[in-house]
Write a protein that binds this ligand. Structure first.
Ligand SMILES: [Zn+2]
Length: 256
């Protein structure tokens, strides 16, 4: 059994999917969609959160209002996490709208509070904000620790170590198969398998072998290729990676 702990698109076709898919609701409308899909598909679970950049037309709604609605949605039975949320200091693509660093930090901290209140783990998105992210997490974990996963982790071991020391899980995508991911592969050698989960972030981030075979859109079934790559890096069997990361995902997201 294998779990895709982070996808933005689930497939109607059973051949195209992992055994369990966690569908990310990172805007108000995506969160509603994720809850709906989870309610009508046994193998799908949902998350609810607000991405660091705002989106058109939801930018018309104040953040406080959006957070309230996200919290209500997150009480649904099949919601297993808050997020993805965090910091993104890159320039957004349309239809995304940039929030200031301060606004991102406060939105992130509000969602940490929701995750504490609803007793749900949190899925962290971080792009070019590592230092500030570790700062916020250091402070917040110091106040009251909460379960968190760093999604699409692609940093070096030094950063991995800091995240692990804060108690984070690290979630790995198809980026691990890319030629320029040497630092990440070195990190994975040293990150304990008990701290790793697998994801596709589909429809993005197609693993290299699938890309070479002509695949144009990523889907959950390719989470297997992420497991294979990690197995190769660690010199263990793909089955061991699948079994352990599945166990990790069941424990972290309290899947049943
Ligand atoms: Zn994502």
């Amino acid at each position: 059994m294998i779990v895709d702990t982070h996808t933005h698109s689930i497939s109607e076709n059973n051949e195209e999917r992992a055994d369990i898919e966690i569908l990310i609701g990172h805007t108000l409308s995506e969160a509603k969609n994720a809850v709906e899909k989870a309610n009508s598909n046994d193998h799908v679970f949902a998350t609810c959160g607000l991405y660091p950049h705002d989106v058109i037309p939801e930018n018309e709604i104040p953040d406080g209002e959006k957070l309230k609605l996200i919290k209500e949605l997150a009480r649904s039975k099949k919601v297993v996490a808050i997020g993805e949320c965090g910091l993104d200091y890159t320039n957004p693509h349309l239809p995304e709208i940039k929030r200031s660093k301060d606004a991102q930090a406060s939105l992130f901290i509000s969602q940490i509070e929701i995750s504490r209140e609803l007793n749900l783990p949190i899925i962290i998105h971080s792009r070019q904000g590592t230092e500030d992210l570790l700062d916020i997490l250091g402070r917040e974990m110091g106040r009251a620790p909460f379960p968190a996963v760093w999604h699409c982790f692609c940093e070096n071991y030094e950063t991995a170590k800091k995240a692990l020391d804060l108690g984070l899980m690290l979630s790995i995508t198809g980026i691990v198969t890319y030629p320029n991911a040497g630092d990440l592969r070195d990190a994975i050698k040293r990150i304990p398998l008990e701290k790793i989960m697998l994801e596709t972030d589909s429809p993005y981030l197609i693993p290299i072998s699938a890309k070479k075979a002509g695949v144009k859109v990523n889907s959950s079934k390719y989470v297997k290729l992420v497991a294979q790559e990690i197995a190769e890096i660690k010199g263990i069997s793909t089955k061991e990676v699948e079994d352990r990361t599945t166990k990790n995902a069941f424990a972290f997201f309290k899947l049943k």
